[in-house]
Write a protein of this length. Structure first.
Length: 225
């Protein structure tokens, strides 16, 4: 889904809810490929274009254009098993490009029609190079995330998060956003009234995050979020 609109009124504020899958691709299942992420771009196709990600409250002036693209669904089943004629139909319907038909489905089209021999040869070559498909395709972003955030640590953090009082997650996110957007200004004193963390801490480029969390009276704000 793609939606594009232009603002004509001064002091316009755009809000949106329910935007998901802007970083982690939708899963592919039973050999299907992961889907594509969504995007929100202000003034697309211009030198002033900027991808703003999820929208909370977006102030805009007259003339600004916003393009919002929703994520696609993940695929079900090996794309090389899809009937070539159905892929050609998707291309004619504008759902799949000629390039995607070839690169993702292994279907060779000429003037909108399927070339059976070329398609069969291409699919055989692509299958040999690709190897067997996995049951789930989580997409490259999640794979990179899990490489840096191991499953055992994720499970420990999930247990801790479930034990936190209501509203604490919002405080945590608020503290993180303040520190990210205004380095050196955030104190965190009111955002972290009774919770702190203790244990080994890693920089953002390390292979794993900090590993131990505990609840105790906070003598001072945490050193980083």
């Amino acid at each position: 889904m793609r939606m594009e609109f232009q603002v004509f009124h001064s002091d316009t504020v755009v809000t949106a809810r329910g935007q998901e899958r802007f970083k982690i691709q939708p899963w592919g299942v039973a050999g299907g490929q992961c889907g594509t992420t969504g995007s929100a771009v202000v003034n697309p196709d211009t030198p002033l274009a900027r991808d703003i990600g999820k929208i909370d409250a977006l102030p805009l002036g007259p003339g600004a254009v916003v393009r919002i693209c929703g994520p696609s669904g993940g695929g079900y089943g090996d794309p090389f098993d899809r009937a070539p004629d159905l892929v050609a139909l998707d291309v004619r319907a504008g759902l799949v490009s000629d390039a995607a038909a070839r690169e993702s489905y292994g279907v060779v089209l000429v003037d909108g029609g399927v070339e059976p021999r070329a398609t069969s040869d291409l699919r055989a070559d692509m299958r040999a190079q690709r190897g067997p498909r996995r049951e789930f395709d989580y997409g490259p972003f999640r794979e990179q995330l899990e490489a840096r955030w191991p499953v055992d640590i994720s499970a420990e953090c999930a247990l801790l998060a479930n034990s936190l009082p209501p509203g604490f997650s919002a405080r945590l996110c608020q503290a993180h956003d303040v520190r990210r957007d205004s380095p050196g200004r955030a104190t965190g004193g009111q955002l972290w009234p009774t919770w702190t963390r203790r244990g080994k801490r890693y920089d953002s480029d390390s292979a794993a995050p900090w590993v131990t969390l505990t609840r105790r009276p906070a003598a001072s704000p945490p050193t980083g979020v």
